[in-house]
Design a protein around this ligand. Structure first.
Ligand SMILES: Cc1ncc(COP(=O)(O)O)c(C=O)c1O
Ligand SMILES: N[C@@H](CCOP(=O)(O)O)C(=O)O
Length: 466
């Protein structure tokens, strides 16, 4: 299996090449040259396997010759063995045709652990056999950072640098990152938004000398391996609830468009998915794009679901590439014009292609808190604010007729990562699991930088360049 850049300006690489590079050298995102295909019968067989085995089988379709199925099986068994629920991604029934897919039973209590736990092992194996080291950078609005640090802190051949927007992640998210004090881990609090952090990462990737010097790679969902690993829970969820080849809908709380794009990838692989519901918070650019063709960033609004306080969603580029029939030249022009004009209008043909697979909605902060309260009152369970954005949108999609039939909403984080919002909504404070009981007693370490690539470059070079 080869991987091509959405911008068509560099040669194709294999899975290991895409994993180790993160971003393509022409600034584009790697995509599989063609979608691996799975029949509904195989989707059911794979989806009903224990989670780690399903993951190994699905990843082997993407990995080609880079990793054998035996290697993937061992890594997946280790990776998902770190989860606290044996089912790994349990489905909770909420109503006759409604489910919630719990993706927060990993070591850092958010869906990012699904990909990051296996990526850590893939990096280890690939770097060991090529006798190399990497500096891995991630921009985070809270969850990617902690998952990356947890997965990579013990990798002997990796330095990990995480940029988070200062003061804009929850206290629990911050502590999960900054209390890991290890020689290969650097947290940098950036004076700015998540978009500033993500823009710095992309600028550093465009600096060839710096990339060579520190051997830069990335583990945001720009890295294809992240999305490949995130396709798996769509298969396991579908296989538990679909009758025959029945198509099921998924509603996904969305920020950087990675998780919902993994669902799209599963659909393109042949998984019977009816529609994917994009649930945005008050930072509603993706909803404006899909509903009205207006992909114009505005300033970031802080909300109760801070991990989705994102304007420029990296993976939207992958969707535009698909919707434009993989025309890399057209895509490159589109992305250049987006950068120059600070926004874009999406043409009708592209929009029609997007709407074949996606519906969208935006949920205000007030609606998010009401949904946490409503869910608690009706079920007795606490949900986190990102999940609440998803559920509120799912309920509206059904009421408006935008979606019908079975709907699975992805529950992307544990409520204890966002205790203030949950308490505001319900009066109850969700408890962290025992293994985080002393989180607020642990010492913290982080650097501070202005939202300027040079400031970050200097910190990284001083710590990790040869
Ligand atoms: C808890 C949570 N939910 C949802 C999202 C949105 O996911 P994506 O960025 O893949 O769209 C994020 C961050 O990305 C998150 O941390
Ligand atoms: N919400 C994310 C933002 C980065 O998303 P990614 O999936 O591209 O890594 C976070 O919590 O950091």
């Amino acid at each position: 299996m080869k991987y091509i850049s959405t911008r068509g300006g560099c040669s194709a690489v294999d899975f290991e090449g895409a994993l180790l590079a993160g971003l393509a050298p022409d600034g584009g995102l790697y995509m599989p040259e063609s979608w691996p295909q799975i029949s509904p019968q195989d989707a059911r067989r794979i989806g009903q396997l224990p989670y780690a085995q399903a993951a190994a089988e699905i990843l082997s379709l993407f990995a080609g010759e880079s990793f054998t199925i035996d290697e993937l099986s061992t890594m997946a068994a280790d990776a998902y063995g770190t989860f606290t629920d044996d089912r790994v991604a349990p489905l909770v029934k909420l109503g006759p045709e409604d489910w919630m897919l719990e993706l927060f039973h990993g070591p850092t209590l958010a869906f990012k652990d699904f990909a990051m736990q296996i990526l850590g092992r893939l990096f280890d194996a690939a770097l060991e056999r090529s006798d190399r080291r990497l500096t891995i950078i991630a921009a985070t609005s809270g969850d990617t950072g902690s998952a990356a640090i947890e997965a990579l802190k013990s990798c002997a051949r990796v330095n990990v640098v995480v940029l988070h927007p200062e003061g804009r992640v929850s206290a629990v998210q911050q502590r999960m990152m900054t209390s890991v004090i290890a020689p290969n881990v650097m947290n940098i609090a950036i004076k700015g938004s998540f978009d500033d952090c993500q823009a710095i990462v992309k600028t550093l990737f465009a600096d060839d000398a710096f990339v060579r010097d520190v051997r830069l790679s990335g583990v945001n969902s720009i890295n294809w391996a992240r999305l490949a690993a995130q396709t798996v829970y769509y298969f396991t969820a579908w296989a538990q609830i679909a009758d025959g080849d029945e198509a099921v809908n998924f509603v996904v709380p969305t920020g950087n468009f990675g998780d919902v794009f993994a669902g799209y990838a599963a659909k393109r692989m042949g998984l019977p998915i009816a529609k994917l519901g994009v649930a945005a918070n008050a930072n509603d650019i993706l909803h404006r794009a899909i509903a009205h063709g207006d992909y114009t960033p505005s300033s970031v609004k802080p909300t109760a679901s801070p991990s989705m306080d994102i304007q420029v969603a990296s993976n939207f580029e992958r969707l535009l590439f698909e919707a434009k029939n993989r025309d890399a030249n057209a895509l490159r022009e589109t992305m250049e014009s987006f950068a120059n004009n600070k926004g874009m209008k999406i043409d009708e043909e592209t929009l029609a292609a997007i709407r074949e697979d996606f519906v969208s909605d935006a949920v205000s902060m007030e609606e998010t808190l009401s949904e946490i309260a409503r869910h608690h009152k009706e079920t007795g369970a606490l949900i986190d604010p990102h999940t609440a954005v998803g559920r509120a949108a799912a309920i509206r999609f059904r009421e408006s007729g935008a979606l019908s039939g079975k709907i699975v909403t992805l529950s992307t984080a544990h409520p204890a990562k966002f205790p203030e919002a949950v308490k505001d909504a319900t009066g109850e404070t969700p408890a962290l699991p025992d293994f985080y009981a002393d989180l607020f007693d642990r010492p913290e370490k982080m650097e501070y930088a202005l939202a300027e690539p040079q400031a970050v470059k200097t910190l990284i070079s001083d710590a990790f360049a040869n």
